[in-house]
Design a protein around this ligand. Structure first.
Ligand code: SF4
Length: 387
């Protein structure tokens, strides 16, 4: 393999540790736990695709040159480190060789901004076009949309990629100004997400890659702009409902040396975890923002699971009858997820569920669920003790 290209990749791929793709693991959504030694030698990271498939994903920048000066970012203009840039054909050739050698099964491609969003987006699109066209690559591609990209570039990205993303970084204009003074929240970041939704709802699916509309995600720097969880979750809720993002990622802020935020305290990783839990409750479990146990300052308590907190207030003294409840009520019980609720509904079509051991076999976490449910009118706390 061409050592110059490998050297360039060695400079660019480890820099992507701040970006998240795939289904995040609640305990560790960021790859920033890679040791520096692993970063030096690993180009790829294991990632789980939305369909559940696990692949080796090459996450890399096309270029680490950037003209912007976002306060938290290691690539900000003027920061002193060794930068590198791939040409699209050079990168595509390298990726195909890695893919042929089974060293990479998918690609997440981003870039620093050089020469404006339109020019940078053209470089990303050219790389994907070479892969899809010249090399007939049919595997997974996640393409980043650059701030300032144009509408037709967003459409082209959707024709080439399985997933497209635009990082909002902060929940609103005011907060973004504290993080990235030259990014424009509405025009540069939110607008492309709206275009994706416009294309999704007006263009027939066969016009997109593999005749499927690509999924869309975004990412926030949790704790980067002193924002509250309520601000992050309000924007996430809006995005879920209005532009149908697949998910929001939350990346706990970590200070980077030689940036204006180098002395800003790191965000507790538990905050990231609680934000994911709350965002899933909003997206999948029918919760509203008012259901979340937010403090007066608008933050989720770090020491409490938000679903557990809701149940303590709303279900203690009003347990739910497992053999009669509808799915929307079953999934409000801690320890019962979407799959567990479906399993309960299926099982009770055959016969009533009478004991906690049957629930455990259906995937329910009994010790979490027991205080809040009835089995044929009986509380299960005593059954748990016996069990
Ligand atoms: S535009 Fe992107 S790469 Fe450049 S400094 Fe801001 S966050 Fe970093």
């Amino acid at each position: 393999m061409d050592m110059d290209s490998i050297d360039t990749l060695n400079l660019l791929a480890p820099q992507m540790s701040l970006e998240v793709d795939g289904e995040p693991h609640l305990s560790s959504a960021s790859s920033s736990c890679f040791t520096s030694k692993e970063r030096d030698h690993a180009f790829t990271q294991s990632a789980q695709l939305p369909n559940g498939q696990k692949i080796l994903l090459l996450k890399t920048l096309l270029s680490s040159v950037c003209e912007r000066d976002c306060f938290y970012c290691p690539f900000r203009a003027g920061r002193d480190f060794r930068r590198a840039t791939f040409k699209p054909d050079e990168f595509a050739s390298l990726f195909i060789r890695l893919s042929s050698a089974n060293l990479a099964e998918g690609l997440f491609l981003s870039s620093g901004l050089a020469g404006g969003g339109v020019k940078t987006q053209d470089q990303l699109l050219a790389s994907a076009e070479i892969l899809r066209g010249k090399f007939q690559y049919r595997g997974y591609i996640h393409l980043k949309i650059m701030p300032g990209a144009e509408k037709d570039q967003v459409y082209r990205a959707m024709q080439l990629a399985d997933r497209v993303s635009i990082n909002l970084e902060a929940p609103n204009t005011e907060r973004l100004a504290k993080l990235a003074p030259h990014k424009i929240f509405l025009a540069e970041l939110l607008q492309p997400l709206k275009w994706v939704e416009e294309f999704r709802s007006t263009v027939p699916a066969y016009k997109f890659w593999k005749k499927r509309v690509p999924s869309t995600v975004t990412q926030f720097v949790a704790g980067g702009s002193d924002e509250s969880d309520l601000e992050l979750l309000t924007t996430t809720n809006w995005l879920n409902k209005n532009v149908h993002i697949k998910r929001a990622y939350f990346s706990a802020f970590n200070p980077i040396s030689d940036t204006p935020f180098e002395n800003k305290p790191a965000t507790d990783p538990m905050r990231e975890h609680r934000l994911y839990q709350a965002s899933f409750l909003l997206r999948d479990y029918g919760y509203d923002l008012e259901d979340l146990p937010l403090t007066k300052a608008g933050n989720l308590p770090l020491n409490t699971d938000p679903k557990q907190a809701w149940a303590q207030i709303n279900l203690a003294g009003h347990p739910i009858e497992i053999n009669k409840a509808e799915k929307r009520d079953l999934i409000r019980i801690p320890g019962i997820g979407l799959k567990g609720a479906d399993a309960i509904l299926n099982a009770r079509r055959m016969s009533p569920i009478r004991d906690i051991s049957s629930l455990i076999k259906l995937g329910v976490i009994a010790e979490n669920a027991a205080p809040y449910l009835l089995l044929d009118g009986h509380q299960t706390a005593r059954q748990i003790e016996l069990f």
